[in-house]
Design a protein around this ligand. Structure first.
Ligand SMILES: [Zn+2]
Ligand SMILES: [Zn+2]
Length: 306
C-alpha cells in the first residue's frame, strides 16, 4: 500500500498561485484498489508529472465543493471509466458533490455521475464493500455537507480529516487510525474559521495516536513558517512520527509498523523534460556563440590589417 501526494498546497491563494501543487493524493493498493482523493486543480497533469497512471483508479473521493478539492474530479472520472465508455469505479463524497445544497455544488455533472457507483457519505455512516469499509467523518467547514473519511480493511485504517476546524468530537471520528492524514492550513496557533493550525493538529494527533501522521494542504502562512519544522514540532509534542507532505512525496506504508513507512521523492518527469529542452537550447546558444566569436575574430582581423 502506498500514498502519493500530487499536491500539498491548499486554500484559495496557495491554489491560485500554485505555490504548492493542488492535485490531492492517491491511496494505491488499499486491498488491491486505488483511490484518488480530493483531485484539485492540476490533478490530472500532476499524475503524469510524477509517473502515476490516472486511468488505474477504482474510486474518486471528493470531500466538499471547494475547487481545491473537486476541480479535476470530472476528468479523473473520465480516466476511470475509459472516457465514459465503461461502467467502472465508485465516486464518494459529500452530498454537494452530487446535488445542489444551498449555494454549494453540485461539483459533478449528472453525466459524470452516471457511469460509476455513487456514495454520499455523511458523518458516522458506515458502508461496507468487499474491498473496503468506509465511514464518513464530520467536518466543520464552509460547505456544511463536507466530509472526511476513515477507510478500513483487515483492521488497518486510513483516516483523512479533509478541511475542518478542530472541534471536540473530531478525534472521536478518527480514533484507531493507523495513518492519519490532515489538512493543516496554518502554522503555530493561527487557526482560522474552518481550518486547523499546527497546534490543533497536535491536539488531534495526541488524542488519536496514529502510527503515522501526515499533514498537507498548506496555505501561504504555513509555507513561510516551514511545514517541515511544524511537522517536527508535532512529532516532538506527541511522540508520533509526523510527515509534512511535499509535491511528489510517496510513502510506502508499512502495515505492521506504520511509523516505519518509507518516504520517497518521486522524479519530476516534467523537470527531466525541461532539462532536455535546455540541452537543445544550449546547442542553439553554442552555435550562435560560435558565430558571434567568428564575427569578432573577423572584425579584429580586419582592424589589425589597417
Ligand atoms: Zn481546501
Ligand atoms: Zn475547503
Amino acid at each position: 500500500m502506498k500514498l502519493t501526494f500530487l499536491g500539498s498546497g491548499g486554500g484559495r491563494f496557495a491554489t491560485i498561485s500554485q505555490k504548492r501543487m493542488t492535485g490531492g493524493f492517491r491511496i494505491d493498493d488499499f486491498n488491491g484498489k486505488n483511490y484518488h482523493i480530493d483531485p484539485g486543480p492540476g490533478a490530472l497533469v500532476r499524475c503524469y508529472q510524477f509517473g502515476v497512471n490516472p486511468t488505474k483508479i477504482d474510486g474518486v473521493f471528493v470531500s466538499h465543493s471547494h475547487t481545491d478539492h473537486y476541480n479535476d474530479a470530472e476528468i479523473l472520472i473520465e480516466a476511470m471509466t475509459r472516457g465514459m465508455t465503461k461502467n467502472n469505479g465508485i465516486i464518494m463524497g459529500s452530498r454537494t458533490v452530487f446535488e445542489k445544497f444551498e449555494k454549494w455544488g453540485p461539483a459533478l455533472s449528472k453525466y459524470h455521475q452516471s457511469n460509476s457507483k455513487n456514495l454520499v457519505l455523511v458523518p458516522n455512516k458506515v458502508k461496507h464493500f468487499p474491498n473496503l469499509t468506509i465511514k464518513g467523518c464530520e467536518t466543520q467547514h464552509g460547505d456544511p455537507t463536507g466530509v472526511g473519511f476513515q477507510m478500513e480493511h483487515n483492521d488497518f485504517r486510513i483516516s483523512y480529516t479533509a478541511d475542518t476546524s478542530y472541534f471536540e468530537k473530531l478525534p472521536k471520528y478518527h480514533k484507531k487510525a493507523d495513518i492519519l492524514i490532515a489538512s493543516v492550513l496554518r502554522p503555530y496557533n493561527q487557526s482560522i474559521r474552518g481550518h486547523m493550525c499546527t497546534d490543533d493538529f497536535i491536539n488531534l494527533v495526541d488524542e488519536v495516536k496514529p502510527g503515522l501522521a501526515v499533514m498537507t494542504h498548506f496555505g501561504f502562512k504555513m509555507l513561510s513558517a516551514n511545514p517541515v519544522e511544524e511537522a517536527l514540532r508535532v512529532a516532538s509534542e506527541t511522540g508520533v512520527r509526523t510527515l509534512a507532505a511535499f509535491d511528489g512525496m510517496r510513502v510506502d506504508i508499512n502495515r505492521k509498523y506504520p511509523e516505519r513507512s518509507r518516504m520517497i521523492r518521486l522524479k519530476d518527469r516534467f523537470a527531466l523534460r525541461l532539462k532536455q529542452e535546455n540541452v537543445f537550447k544550449n546547442n542553439i546558444e553554442d552555435k550562435s556563440a560560435r558565430a558571434v566569436r567568428q564575427k569578432e575574430k573577423n572584425y579584429y582581423k580586419k582592424r589589425n590589417n589597417f
